[in-house]
Design a protein around this ligand. Structure first.
Ligand SMILES: *Cc1c(COP(=O)(O)O)cnc(C)c1O
Length: 361
């Protein structure tokens, strides 16, 4: 049996340092924000090579608070990928703005920069690329468009911890970069957690204020904020796991290498890695017109796979009122029918996946 993911194995590998970290927080008597959160923020900013990190409660809040910090609100438009996890869109809707979807580059599955300009209107405030599956989006043309049109760039990096674009780590290209530390992510907590990173001090301060009741100073509330603080217990776990992130990314890279070498020449469409991209390999996603049969055969053989994602946001009930027709975004729809995520993660080694390949070749 090869499970798609095994979070317990990841914990057991780090059991002693994680247990010690949790115990340290329990004994500290400090349970909201404080030194553990500040230490993680400093260490993650350093890891990303950026000036500021602000921990929040989850990835969706990171995106929502990033948009609020940029004063995006009702009447504004935010350009999002048609092909993404729905959280990207939900953050835009949560601040009262409208998500304006743009189709992906079929080779990379990420937003196609050549299609963005046609979607920009006088209401557009932000371009919101996603580094889907841990593959960096093509940021330079996106940042160029933002400069030309006076827009801000927020990145959804929930799947891209440690990924590099043209040699530089994701984390400080756009105005605000948003992270999720959901347990299944490459850097995963033992519960919900998230953060933003930025090079901009004012934006970092603004998110820090918004996550804590709109307050910089206790009982002084400058704006109507929310309670979305990174839990110190999660921060302590994340500090332990950050230390092995690069090593675990290497395991993912090795697995991806084995898949790509073994599956070249099959009918599967394999992940395409542009020469400027150094992916974090959150997911290894193949495409096939026989996807459902392939998934069933793998299941029969004891191999767990998942579909990221089976229903694109524009076809979800959550966006019924937006009035998108089912065929409005044909590439996003087609990918939903064709994508299949093969097992990848720190619980697997490059050799342990070989039995999977027999069913795929
Ligand atoms: C996981 C994820 C999110 C949301 O993160 P949560 O911590 O679950 O709120 C947002 N965007 C993408 C692309 C994700 O994969």
């Amino acid at each position: 049996m090869i499970p798609f993911l095994n979070l317990q194995a990841a914990y057991l590998e780090l059991k002693q340092p994680i247990d010690e970290a949790i115990s340290r927080v329990l004994s500290s008597g400090w349970y909201v924000l404080g030194p553990e959160v500040e230490a993680f923020e400093a260490e993650f900013a350093d890891y990303c090579g950026v000036r500021h990190c602000v921990g929040v409660a989850n990835g969706l809040d990171a995106l929502t608070l990033a948009l609020r910090a940029l004063e995006v609100g009702p009447g504004d438009e935010v350009i999002v990928p048609s092909n993404t996890y729905i959280a990207t869109w939900l953050a835009v809707s949560a601040v009262g703005a409208s998500p304006v979807p743009v189709e992906p580059d079929p080779a990379t599955h990420n937003i196609d920069p050549t299609r963005i300009e046609a979607a920009i209107t006088s209401r557009t405030k932000v371009l919101l690329p996603v580094h889907l599956y841990g593959q960096p989006a093509d940021l330079d043309p996106i940042l160029g468009l933002a400069t030309r049109h006076g827009l801000r760039v927020v990145e959804d990096a929930a799947q891209a911890h440690g990924a590099r674009y043209k040699g530089r780590k994701i984390g400080g290209h756009g105005d605000i970069v948003c992270w999720s530390f959901y347990p299944g992510k490459n850097l995963g907590a033992m519960g919900d957690a998230g953060a933003i990173t930025t090079q901009n001090f004012e934006l970092a301060e603004r998110v820090a204020m918004l996550r804590n009741y709109g307050s910089r100073e206790k009982y002084v509330n400058e704006v109507q904020g929310v309670n979305s603080r990174l839990d110190p217990l999660q921060a302590a776990v994340l500090r332990v796991k950050l230390q092995v992130l690069d090593e675990w990314t290497e395991r993912r890279r090795a697995i991806a290498g084995v898949y790509s070498e073994a599956l070249v020449g099959t009918k599967l469409i394999l992940p395409h890695v542009p020469e400027w991209a150094d992916p974090a390999w959150h997911l290894y996603v193949v495409r096939s017109q026989r996807r459902d049969a392939l998934q069933a055969a793998l299941k029969e053989a004891g191999v767990g796979t998942l579909i990221h994602y089976p229903i694109p946001p524009h076809r979800q009930g959550a966006y019924a009122a937006a009035g998108f027709t089912a065929d409005a975004f044909p590439l996003a729809s087609r990918f939903a029918d064709e994508v299949l995520s093969l097992p990848i993660g720190p619980h697997l080694s490059a050799t342990s996946i070989e039995p999977i390949l027999r069913d795929l070749i």
